[in-house]
Design a protein around this ligand. Sequence first.
Ligand SMILES: O=c1ccn([C@@H]2O[C@H](COP(=O)(O)O)[C@@H](O)[C@H]2O)c(=O)[nH]1
Length: 272
Amino acid sequence: MTTKALLEQIKSKKSFLCIGLDVDLNKVPKHLLEDEDPIFAFNKAIIDATHHLCVAYKPNTAFYEAYGIMGWKALEKTISYLNERYPEIFTIADAKRGDIGNTSTMYAKAFFDDLGFDSVTVAPYMGKDSVEPFLAFKDKHTILLALTSNQGAFDFQTKAIDGLELYKQVLETSKSWENSENLMYVVGATKAEYLAEIRKIIPDAFLLVPGVGAQGGNLQEVCEHGMNSNVGLLINSSRGIIYASKNTDFAEASAQKAFELQSQMATILQEI
Ligand SMILES: O=c1ccn([C@@H]2O[C@H](COP(=O)(O)O)[C@@H](O)[C@H]2O)c(=O)[nH]1
């Protein structure tokens, strides 16, 4: 999917919400455990109830890998369902990959060609030759971890090397990589105060912003400092939406939570 198509969807839905499909079978309603594929049954119900309120879904692959073959099959079914039933939706494999070049090419093939995701999250730690294989895929997006939402982000990412913080070096350096127009970046909602500085380096790139809701990030603050003239933000919420209820009304309850965030987004979009 092109960023132009993503932006059109944002405008028509008045939403830049991404819903995280982080399925933990200990947290889903009990009756679903009787289904032959409880992970997919959960995802399908959430997707059908919320697709008009969001522009993206982000399964974190850890939550599928943890269930072995059953989990990977559920991930395949989920992305196929999204691509067939709701092809306008932007899909993100939150896999945080990256390795030496030939291995990165295989990761990229797995997520872009085999599974058919629009984008994948990638760790920048191994540098240019570990990221460029992902960038070589046309109309696919590589979402580079820049400044993450967790406390550990302060261990390395904000430390200065030769006078420049590591996350800023990631942003600056990655701009010079081949096909860098296919880059987006992860910036945690809990790091909203860094967004103005980040926008000075990458004014136009889309940012995937996890950390509102369960991690305490603030939507208003993120938009104030991180929004650009093309919106430029995908705000993710996972647990705060998908686990709104443990009862049979779980899908409606998740739609209500998604609606609350989408309504705030519609108001913000009206003001810009
Ligand atoms: O910096 C980061 C990068 C990725 N994540 C992922 O986003 C979701 C957040 O889930 P919530 O339940 O809304 O907190 C999850 O998949 C994380 O692995 C992040 O939180 N921070």
